[in-house]
Design a protein around this ligand. Sequence first.
Ligand SMILES: [Zn+2]
Length: 281
Amino acid sequence: MSRGFRLGAFTIHWLQGGMFEIDGGSMFGVVPRVLWEQKCASTPDSHVLLANAPMLVQTPHGNVLIETGLGNKLTKKQHEIFRVRREWDLPAELARLGLSREAISHVVLTHGDFDHAGGVTMCNETGGLELTFPAAMHHVQRQEWEDVLAPNKRSASAYWPENFAGLAEGKNLRLIDGEEEIMPGVRLVRTGGHTRGHQAVWLKSGREAALHLGDLLPMPVYSNPLWIMAYDNFPLDSIAAKEQFLGQGMGKDAWFLFYHDPEILACKLDEAGAVREPFCA
Ligand SMILES: [Zn+2]
């Protein structure tokens, strides 16, 4: 768990949602290895170590969790395939902060891929499946939810039905149509690109602003709009959304928050995309 990061009246903690290694070619797509290897540490067989760091945002109006990590439902085989290097530990992480799972009032998913939604449900002591945050409203773009229920051939491999078991619209699932402020200072905006219903999260408190761009900006090294993952389903949409949102964030001197970077959790970016004022793990 990170130190607390202050954003106006909000406090943000990055939690242990599991770590794994991904093939660098999948992470950087058409960017040549000789370029990305200069900027990103990798293993001898060109894999990149990634965090999966759900952010607990403590606000005067409730505790928001952005993303949920890998969860505790991976099989032994999946552990090997995904090269899991650290285990998901969200309930224990929350307990260290004096919070129960029931203390989370809102869960935001930028999209439905298993490394973001794997902790929506969890295996309990009796081997059953239950919602990890039973008191929380879960916020997903309507477009994303439709694709989770009926994925295309490509996205089906990352949308796992067991991660969404028990979610029902109106009870503990709220579908967002494009843009909505779900509580004072927490605004969701659809970006598309990585997936059709991928969304970003704007946080604002006092004079401070922060932007969580999910898998459009998983690490600071992706600040070049042309550096996108091979996983992105709609690459041109990703590039357009990155240009738009990076410009907005830089214009507001906002903090950028990172889900997948094992070291830099937040930073500001200068006009050339270089890291300023890094907040590190
Ligand atoms: Zn991801």
